[in-house]
Design a protein around this ligand. Structure first.
Ligand code: G4P
Ligand code: NA
Ligand code: NA
Length: 194
C-alpha cells in the first residue's frame, strides 16, 4: 500500500534495527482516513471469503479491526489481555509471551461471541514475532471457528511472525513489509497490493 509506505518513510521513527514507532498516525494518534483506507485494502485482499467476524487484540489493533469490519459489514471482537490469574467467565484463552516486555499474559475472548459457525479474519497493527497472533489463532481453533486469514498493517519481515503463521497453513497479507531498517534507513519488500 503505497500511501502507507510513504507515511512510514515520512513519519516513522526507527528507534533501533528492530523497533519502529508510528505513533503520529497509526499507534497513538490515529489518522482515521488512513485507517479507513486500510480497512478497504483488507477488504480487497480477503473480502471474497465469507468472513463473519474480524478479531484483534487490545489495544493498538482495534482501529484497524474496526475499519476492516466496517468495510466488510461484520462485527469485530478485540481479545482482552489479562495477567494470568483469574478467569471467571466462560472464555476461550491462550497464553502469550511478550518478548518486548518479557512477561506472560493471557488473551481471552468470551465464548458468547465466537463459535463453530464463525469464519474469522484476524487483523493487527504489527506482525513481528507472531507471539500475540498465534495466541489469537489458538483461540479461534479452541472456539471451533474457521480461520480465513491474517492481515497486518506493518510486517517486519526480518522477524519470524510470518513463517510461524504460514507454517500453520494460514494465508497472511501485510500492507507494508519491511525487509530491513536502521536509524535513517528503511527498505520495503514490494507488495502486490495497491
Ligand atoms: P506479534 O508479532 O504477534 O504482534 O507479537 P509480538 O509479541 O512480537 O509483539 C508484541 C507487541 O509489540 C504487539 O503489540 C506488537 O504490535 C508490538 N510491536 C512489535 N514490534 C513493534 C514495533 O516495531 N513497533 C511498535 N510500535 N510495536 C511493535 P500488542 O501486544 O498488540 O500490544 P499493544 O501495543 O497493541 O497494546
Ligand atoms: Na498489536
Ligand atoms: Na502494538
Amino acid at each position: 500500500m503505497k500511501v502507507l509506505q510513504e507515511r512510514i518513510r515520512q513519519e516513522g521513527l526507527i528507534l533501533s534495527d528492530t523497533v519502529l514507532k508510528v505513533d503520529s498516525f497509526l499507534n497513538h494518534q490515529v489518522d482515521t482516513e488512513l485507517a479507513l483506507q486500510i480497512g478497504q485494502e483488507f477488504k480487497k485482499l480477503f473480502g471474497h471469503q465469507p468472513i463473519t467476524k474480524v478479531i484483534t487484540i487490545e489495544a493498538s489493533g482495534i482501529q484497524f479491526a474496526m475499519a476492516t469490519a466496517i468495510a466488510l459489514g461484520v462485527p469485530f471482537i478485540y481479545a482482552k489481555k489479562k495477567k494470568a490469574v483469574t478467569l471467571s467467565e466462560a472464555v476461550y484463552s491462550a497464553p502469550v509471551h511478550s518478548f518486548t516486555r518479557q512477561e506472560d499474559y493471557l488473551v481471552s475472548v468470551s465464548q458468547k461471541y465466537l463459535g463453530p459457525n464463525d469464519k474469522v479474519l484476524i487483523v493487527d497493527d504489527f506482525l513481528a514475532t507472531g507471539a500475540a497472533l498465534v495466541g489469537l489463532v489458538d483461540i479461534v481453533k479452541e472456539a471451533g471457528a474457521e480461520l480465513l486469514g491474517v492481515g497486518c498493517v506493518i510486517e517486519k519481515s526480518f522477524q519470524e511472525g510470518r513463517s510461524l503463521l504460514e507454517n500453520r497453513g494460514i494465508e497472511v497479507h501485510a500492507l507494508a513489509r519491511i525487509a530491513s531498517m536502521s536509524p535513517g534507513e528503511i527498505h520495503f519488500i514490494d507488495n502486490e497490493s495497491s
